[in-house]
Each structure stands twice: as structure tokens, then as C-alpha cells.
Write a protein that binds this ligand. Structure first.
Ligand SMILES: [Zn+2]
Ligand SMILES: [Zn+2]
Length: 435
């Protein structure tokens, strides 16, 4: 068996690797790296034409973003994923297309027709359902990261498990990643692999969020929560809904804006992939948390009604790189009673990161804005931390070798040192290994 890494090595972005045996193959993920310059997997024209099978772990753009480019460049492959992944991929790729179109920084990029091709070539698999591709067998297993996220286990002469993005702790919405899978080789993400990476439990993070929200609303301020449309937003909304219903935070309108509403709909339609308790609430009672009357969406274009009374605003984008959140931020940036609550990873070069690093002036749409609102940070990460990754690796049965991917190399070095009872490899993009 041969394993090739086309992207996602020593970086977070453009995840893409190929497992081959005899003449059979499966490409695992097909992502882009979004930053100042967009980066793609190192797939040659020839690779794009010969690859016929792609397994997708989950719907974030660093795992699916290259799919429409793949079809645009003449590729044609069957795409395997869970149903929530397929449904949300449509939403995210349409948004990605819109952003590229707005930037117009590339002469040629994919069209809406290419997104259609991606969807037409999608093939839905259930967790645990085996699929045979000649010499290879593969199956999807719950990864605990976002709704429908999967690890992919491939069985040839040897067995190999790709974690995709993995969370081995349960969240409000999701069960933890499946444990105890048998695999000789593990290709594991390492986003929060450094020794110092400790992600607080959902309970502690929620309590911290509640405290800050309460303080802000009591002072008459607004709470702004930038969040990624898929995954984090739903966790945050359910946390706020549950706390407000129980009286742990004061009653106030919760405005939801951006792509989040559409993602919520997909979450509800696919609720059988969520934790049992959430399923029961949506399917068997009148207490559907996503349909809560506490959630409102702004009705006017200027969104001015949002500012009539103290409120909580949850909106995209998660790192303040665009989206309606910027409109809200420019409105309340000067108000020292208001709060910007960052709940996820803030990449370098984003407004989110500079605010986190203490910037007091930022630029929104070419205008300088003075920042007087409070900026806080509480981690609602959908990934495992250092200890979590160690625990996950030790749960894998018969494990001999680990490839660390999807992380910065300094963090990977620290994680590798802690995993030394296995053979650990930190591959580079473009490298191939015989298993
Ligand atoms: Zn992800
Ligand atoms: Zn990822």
C-alpha cells in the first residue's frame, strides 16, 4: 500500500492524501488553504484525471474546498461522505464561490456548474457501512468534530485510519469520536497538539461565556459573537438558549445573522446524527432548541432594530474576515459597555487576531475604527487538545505507526515526543510512503 500527502502537512489547510493498493485508490479529503494567498493541494493534472474515488471527512473548506476546482480542471470522481457532510458542502461551496467572485483575484475559478457536479457525484454512506473498491475496503466512523464528521478507515493488506478533524470529548450537540477502532497506521490531525494546548471542558467554557454575557447585558451593552457558520455557531446558540431558558443569563434577544440560519436548518434536518438528547428534543417534544423564539433574525437591510435594546448577536464570519459581523462591530466598537466574545481559532492577519492581540484601532471597509468595547476569548473548540490526542491514539487497537498532519510543525514536534512508544512521522507535502 502506498500513502501520498498532497497537502495538510505541517500546516492547517488543503488536507488531501491518497491511499493506493494495486490499481485501486481512495483520495481522502480535497481541501484548500485560505489565507492572503489561497493554496491548493499539489495534485498534478494527471492526478486529477486518474483519481476516481474521494472520501470526505467533513464539510469545512480545508477538507472540501478544492472539490469544485477538481471538477473545473476536468476531474471526475465519485465522492463519498455522510449525508450532513453532503448537505452542508452545498452551502459552504456556494458561499466560497461568492467570496471568490467578490475578490476576483483569480482569472479563472470554478463556476456554480462545478458545484453542481460535486453534488451530482456525491454518494452518501452511513457510519460503519463498508464499501469495496477492488483491493480496498473503507468505512466512515463518527469523529465528534461537527455534525456528520467522519474518520475514514481503509483496509487493504494493512489497515489505516484517517482522523480528519477529531474531538474525543462530547459536546452539547455531538457524541465524542468513536474509540477502539483497529488500525495498523493512524493519520492524525494535530491542530492543538502542543503540550500547552489545554481546551477547557464545555461546562467550564459555557460558564465563562454566561458570566461575561450576563455582565455585559446588565451594563446595557451588546454581546457580539463571531462564529463559523457550521459547527461552532450551533454549539454557541444551544448554550445561550439553554442558559437563557434556565435563567442563568438575563433574557435578551439573540440575533442570528449570516449563513448560520441556513446551517441551522441543515442541522435540524439531519438531527439523527446528533446526540440522543438533542434528537429527542427536536423529534419528540415541542422544545426544538433551533426553533426557539429567543432567536431572531434582523429584518431590515440596515439592521438598525438590532440596536434598540441590549442584545446578543451571533454572526459570521468567525475570524471577522467578512460577513455581517463587521457591520455590527463598526456599530458598537466605540461602546466600552459592549463585548466582543471570540470563541474559535483566529488566524494571523485577520481582524479577529489583531483584536485578540490587543489592537485598539482596526480598519473596516477602508475606514479606521476606534475600538473601545471589551474583547474576550473563550475556547469552544471542536478539536481534541494535547491530552485528548494522546488518549485517542492509545485507544486505537493494534496501532504501530502514526503520521501527524493538520497542524503547525512546532506543535507536531511536541506531540510526537509524547507519542514515542509508536513510530511517529511528520510528513511533508508531496511525500509518499510505502506501508
Ligand atoms: Zn474541521
Ligand atoms: Zn480541518
Amino acid at each position: 500500500m502506498k500513502l501520498t500527502f498532497f497537502g495538510g502537512c505541517r500546516e492547517v489547510g488543503r488536507s488531501c492524501s491518497l491511499i493506493e493498493s494495486g490499481g485501486d485508490h481512495l483520495l481522502i479529503d480535497c481541501g484548500v488553504k485560505i489565507g492572503k494567498e489561497e493554496e491548493y493541494p499539489l495534485l498534478s493534472h494527471e492526478d486529477i484525471h486518474r483519481i476516481k474515488h474521494i472520501g470526505i471527512t467533513h464539510t469545512h473548506l480545508d477538507h472540501v474546498g478544492f472539490l469544485p476546482h477538481f471538477f473545473h480542471e476536468g476531474g471526475k470522481a465519485r465522492i463519498y461522505s455522510t449525508k450532513p457532510t453532503r448537505d452542508m458542502t452545498q452551502l459552504l461551496l456556494a458561499d466560497y464561490h461568492r467570496i471568490l467572485h467578490m475578490r476576483r483575484h483569480r482569472k479563472s475559478y470554478f463556476s456554480l456548474k462545478d458545484i453542481e457536479s460535486v453534488l451530482n457525484h456525491s454518494h452518501i454512506l452511513e457510519y460503519g457501512q463498508g464499501t469495496k473498491l477492488g483491493n480496498l475496503n473503507f468505512s466512515l466512523h463518527p469523529a465528534g468534530h461537527i455534525l456528520g464528521s467522519s474518520m475514514i478507515r481503509v483496509q487493504g493488506k494493512k489497515s489505516i485510519l484517517f482522523t480528519g478533524d477529531v474531538n474525543n470529548r462530547g459536546t452539547r450537540l455531538l457524541d465524542p469520536a468513536e474509540q477502539g477502532i483497529h488500525a495498523h497506521t493512524l493519520v492524525m490531525e494535530s491542530t492543538y497538539g502542543a503540550r500547552g494546548d489545554v481546551i477547557p471542558s464545555i461546562k467550564i467554557a459555557s460558564a465563562e461565556l454566561a458570566k461575561s454575557v450576563t455582565r455585559t447585558l446588565h451594563k446595557g451593552g451588546f454581546v457580539l459573537i463571531p462564529a463559523f457558520a457550521v459547527g461552532r455557531s450551533q454549539e454557541i446558540l444551544l448554550t445561550l438558549e439553554s442558559y437563557m431558558r434556565s435563567g442563568a443569563i438575563p433574557k435578551a434577544p439573540i440575533y442570528v445573522d449570516g449563513m448560520i440560519l441556513k446551517a441551522n436548518r441543515i442541522y435540524r434536518q439531519n438531527v439523527i446524527y446528533a446526540r440522543k438528547e438533542i434528537q429527542m428534543r427536536i423529534l419528540a417534544s415541542d422544545e426544538d432548541p433551533f426553533a426557539s423564539t429567543l432567536f431572531k433574525s434582523p429584518r431590515t437591510k440596515h439592521k438598525s432594530e438590532v440596536f434598540e435594546e441590549p442584545a446578543i448577536i451571533v454572526s459570521t464570519s468567525g475570524m471577522l474576515t467578512g460577513g455581517p459581523i463587521l457591520r455590527y462591530l463598526s456599530e458598537v466598537a466605540g461602546d466600552h459597555n459592549s463585548l466582543l466574545m471570540l470563541v474559535g481559532y483566529q488566524a494571523e492577519g485577520t481582524i479577529g487576531r489583531s483584536l485578540l492581540d490587543g489592537a485598539r484601532t482596526i480598519e473596516i471597509d477602508g475606514e479606521e475604527v476606534d475600538v473601545r468595547l471589551k474583547v474576550e476569548n473563550v475556547s469552544f473548540s471542536a478539536h481534541s487538545d494535547h491530552q485528548g490526542l494522546l488518549q485517542f491514539a492509545s485507544s486505537v487497537k493494534g496501532l504501530k505507526r502514526i503520521f501527524l498532519v493538520h497542524g503547525e510543525d512546532k506543535k507536531q514536534g511536541e506531540l510526537a515526543a509524547a507519542l514515542k512508544r509508536f513510530e511517529v512521522i511528520i510528513p511533508k507535502n508531496g511525500e509518499s510512503y510505502n506501508l
